[in-house]
Design a protein around this ligand. Structure first.
Ligand SMILES: C[S@@+](CC[C@H](N)C(=O)[O-])C[C@H]1O[C@@H](n2cnc3c(N)ncnc32)[C@H](O)[C@@H]1O
Length: 516
């Protein structure tokens, strides 16, 4: 059954596993608390960096720095006012305001950085303002968040951060300039560590509460990460730090279409550490690369590449020609699986319920032996297009909370709620059950989430396998990943981590249908 057509707008959820599209978000890396090493124009101040490089040819000698702050303000305000997504709304603002190069980088840094550490900033803002942030008007509140970010997480001089924030507020909420000036001055009186020590519960008395304030994550997410990491709070802290970093951009050199070493050379990047198809991009807009525009490569987190490749690597006996991707949009894994299928004489059926995302899949798999179906994957095994026992390999890359890719979606940690879990896990179980119906005896199903939350990973898989009525065995997924990959745990499932592997936190369970 076809889904209704939905129009894309700037508030639509960005692509799963998609890149940060704003080129500027790849400037200097932040330190442990996420503080950056940029000056008041977003220039990288680390030794050896080109701090005083002049403007690009053909551009004005002194583009106004505050246009960058204005762009960041508009983006942050749109996220909070309209539920927009920063990586969709910001590129349009940069274009409209004609911000390029370092100005665009500065605007991007302010936008993404402010949104990521909003939790910590809000605790400090509330203390400095003497009232809860909910009781500050939205315009000065967002301007103050961006201003506080500059004070506490960048090397923008305090006087520049204060005066630029007051100027910004003068243009959006003229009555609040005095208040803004007073709050900014109060915040500038202490450094980040002092504020955190004063405001966060002590680590000894409340470790989760402390980590939540210090590293700007909601407590329920910190708790769920800690649970997935076996209660190891030191490792949880490393994960939270990594979540506040700018995410890397990974390319997938499509097997049979691009050589990763050559691609890495061509784009000034480096071959990936684990996936045989991964290339780490050094900088620049990935969408403009010839390899990407020509369909020889696509943007894809290395973890996503690894779990798709693992499905293709799982041993199956007998026929191996009919592959199924049950949740394909926007088509990253379908692009990789389709390329592997082409090399192995197999075909892939890619199912996606949302029509506009199915169109993205069609674009992503052009020229590959892939059939795209716009339909509900839960009908698999009960639909003539997706017959019971009709497939040798099935991927369920399930819709999930996305807690494993918070680096890429700076606002999402504040939008997600524990109440999102029950409907998502129901859908996950139904999709996995359908996949188990659609795979033939002896065939394999890979269940994947971009979330490490145990309710979406172990609980979903165990429950679906138990309730499906289909006999299954767990396959040890570790040998399906590159030899020597560290930190894969005790099996049979695998959890990848940003702080261990440099990937999104992808979960992988591989099940083989047994019997008959
Ligand atoms: C995690 S994303 C998949 C990402 C994709 N595999 C990739 O690598 O690009 C989950 C997808 O499942 C789709 N979806 C949600 N419910 C579905 C259903 N009942 N049947 C099929 N697809 C569904 C969502 O629209 C979304 O595009």
């Amino acid at each position: 059954m076809s889904a209704p057509l939905e129009n894309r707008d700037r508030t639509e959820r960005p692509d799963e596993n998609g890149p940060d599209r704003s080129a500027g978000d790849r400037a200097a890396r932040p330190d442990e608390r996420g503080r950056n090493r940029t000056d008041d124009r977003g220039r990288d101040t680390r030794p050896g960096r080109d701090r005083f490089a002049g403007p690009a040819r053909g551009r004005p000698a002194q583009p106004p720095a505050d246009l960058a702050r204005q762009a960041a303000y508009e983006a942050v305000a749109a996220v909070h006012r309209d539920d927009a997504y920063a990586n969709l709304v910001l590129p349009g603002l940069l274009r409209d305001m004609r911000l390029h190069g370092r100005d665009a980088a500065f605007a991007t840094e302010l936008t993404y950085g402010t949104l990521r550490v909003r939790g910590t900033l809000d605790a400090i803002l509330a203390a400095a303002a003497g009232r809860d942030v909910a009781r500050i008007d939205p315009q000065p509140r967002d301007a103050l968040r961006i201003g506080a970010y500059q004070l506490l997480y960048t090397r923008v001089p305090a006087h520049a951060a204060v005066s630029a924030t007051v100027d910004l507020v003068r243009s959006v909420a003229p009555g609040a300039t005095g208040f803004t000036n007073a709050v900014m001055r109060e915040i500038s009186g202490k450094d980040l560590d002092t504020w955190v020590t004063e405001l966060a519960p002590s680590y000894e008395s409340d470790p989760v509460g402390h980590l939540a304030v210090a590293y700007s994550h909601p407590e329920w997410i910190v708790r769920s990460f800690a649970e997935s990491l076996g209660g190891d709070l030191a490792e949880t802290r490393r994960l939270l730090i990594e979540d506040n970093e700018r995410p890397p951009v990974h390319l997938c050199a499509r097997p049979g279409r691009a050589d990763p070493v050559e691609l890495a050379e061509a784009v000034g990047g480096a071959p990936g550490a684990f996936s045989p198809y991964a290339v780490y991009l050094g900088g620049g807009a990935p969408g403009d690369l010839p390899a990407v525009t020509e369909g020889r490569a696509h943007v894809q987190d290395e973890g996503s590449q690894l779990v798709a490749t693992a499905l293709a690597a799982a041993p199956v006996e007998g026929t191996d020609s009919r592959w199924l991707d049950l949740c394909a949009g926007p088509g990253g894994k379908a692009g990789l699986l389709g390329s592997l299928a082409a090399q192995r004489g197999a075909t892939l059926t890619a199912v996606e319920v949302a029509e506009h995302r199915a169109r993205l899949v069609s674009q992503a798999v052009r020229g590959l032996p892939v059939t795209v179906l716009t339909m509900d994957g839960r009908t698999a095994g009960n639909d003539p297009d997706l017959p019971a026992g009709g497939f040798d390999r099935v991927l369920v890359d399930a819709p999930c909370t996305g807690l494993g890719s918070l680096r890429r979606r700076p606002e999402s940690r504040w939008r997600r709620q524990p109440s999102d879990l029950p409907p998502l896990t129901r859908l996950q179980r139904e999709l996995l059950t359908a996949a188990l119906r659609a795979v033939r005896p002896g065939g394999v199903v890979a269940y994947v989430t971009c979330s490490p939350h145990v309710v979406e990973t172990h609980v979903t898989v165990t429950e679906a396998a138990r309730r499906s009525g289909v006999p299954v065995d767990f396959v040890d997924a570790r040998p399906l990943l590159p030899a020597g990959m560290p930190g894969l745990g005790d099996g049979p499932t695998v959890q990848l981590w940003p702080h261990r592997h440099g990937t999104d936190a992808m979960f992988l369970a591989v099940l083989r249908r047994s019997g008959e």
